[in-house]
Design a protein around this ligand. Structure first.
Ligand code: TXA
Ligand code: MG
Length: 339
């Protein structure tokens, strides 16, 4: 298959909407990461998404809508909690899990009786739903296991020949995937941290929001993932990544002791000057939003530069930094050195 890469504009979005209505899949920008979109009502299209990604069939997709009226087509009903969250954070990088509606293709939910829904703020994603009249299912547009793409070139690197069209809307603003909250049970549970934080969610809901354990811990053998995506290897570059937790001085000493051919640092702005190996930076130490923005591109750049072994500076664990830490932990296969 020939993959076309076009700048995102009204004409190319019309083309994407037409392809989607014909049962095709297309890669598009969102404010979080690039996604592979297919009609959420079309099981055959959704199967194509799983194939293009090489994604395990038991990992459900997020459905994207442009309005609450469209949301009503995919959920059982819009609950008071959903209303509060939509009012506070939509359009924006938040996905909420609710009991699913009957019209959705079963493939979207991977056998679950719930669905994750979000209303993206990116104008391209928004217009695609509007023009096609179809809510679309969209996972991140990477091959399963590799870092999520935050530029159209990153999508092309993974998806060339696997889908007909990629819309280029420039670099994604947020850089990590949406926050995922389950509001289908007795208590709200944060399943995947993102730009919208646990504290912001609790404030908007006026009740406690629990944190799923799998956000910062490896699932034990036989333990059931609340969010199927959490049990898979994720975001991993080809290099072996190890997180090094400690002060910058301790980190620099550790790298000095382990420097060798193919060793790279994944560190913060301003630090490469003081480190004895090649470096790629991701944001600055006290700016978790900048870290989120840069992380996935930085992981891909390490591969492009031929890194074999990467020592990564450790982000914080509060607020937006928790989203960064969660992704980096998976990229590192949970390898953390405590200094
Ligand atoms: O920012 C995003 O959400 C991006 C862009 C493209 O919108 N999409 C995205 O999709 O990150 P994906 O498929 O890479 O991640 C979806 C996550 C997975 O961890 C999946 O297991 C979880 O959401 N998920 C989806 N539906 C679920 C459900 N019904 N119950 C529990 N977890 C669910
Ligand atoms: Mg993904």
């Amino acid at each position: 298959m020939n993959t076309l890469l076009l700048p995102a504009n009204e004409e190319s979005i019309v083309q994407a909407a037409r392809l989607m209505a014909q049962g095709e899949i297309v890669a598009i920008p969102t404010e979080t990461v690039y996604g592979i979109a297919g009609s959420a009502f079309d099981g055959a299209a959704v199967k194509k998404i799983f194939e293009a990604k090489g994604r395990p069939q038991d990992n459900p997709l997020i459905v994207h809508v442009d309005s609450l009226a469209r949301m009503e087509q995919v959920v059982q009903k819009i609950t008071p909690r959903a209303e509060k969250l939509a009012k506070a954070f939509w359009p924006g990088p938040l996905s909420m899990i609710l009991p699913r509606g009957p019209r959705l293709a079963d493939e979207v939910c991977a056998g679950l009786d719930t669905v994750a829904v979000r209303m993206p703020s990116d104008p391209v994603a928004h217009r695609l739903v509007e023009l096609s009249g179809l809510p679309f299912a969209a996972p991140s547009a990477n091959r399963s296991g590799s870092p999520s793409p935050t530029t159209a070139q990153d999508v092309l690197a993974d998806m060339d020949g696997r889908l007909p069209l990629i819309l280029d809307g420039g670099a994604c603003k947020v850089g990590v995937e949406s926050t995922v909250i389950n509001i289908s049970g007795p208590q709200p549970v944060l399943l995947r941290p993102g730009y919208i934080t646990q504290q912001q969610l609790a404030e908007a809901l006026g009740e406690e929001v629990l944190l799923a354990g799998a956000i910062t811990h490896k699932l034990k053998e036989g333990e059931i993932a609340r969010s199927p995506g959490m049990k898979y290897k994720h975001y991993a570059p080809k290099a072996n990544v190890v997180i090094v937790r400690g002060s910058f001085e301790q980190y620099a000493a550790y790298v000095e002791a382990h420097k060798a051919e193919g060793v790279f640092c994944l560190c913060f702005a301003g630090e490469p000057e003081s480190l004895p190996v090649p470096c790629v930076t991701y944001g600055s130490e006290n700016d978790p939003a900048a870290q989120a923005h840069d992380l996935f591109r930085a992981l891909r750049e390490l591969d492009e530069e031929g890194a074999k072994q990467v020592y990564a500076r450790c982000p914080g664990q509060e607020g937006v930094a928790l989203a960064v830490y969660n992704r980096l932990l998976r990229a590192a296969g949970f390898q953390v050195v405590e200094l």
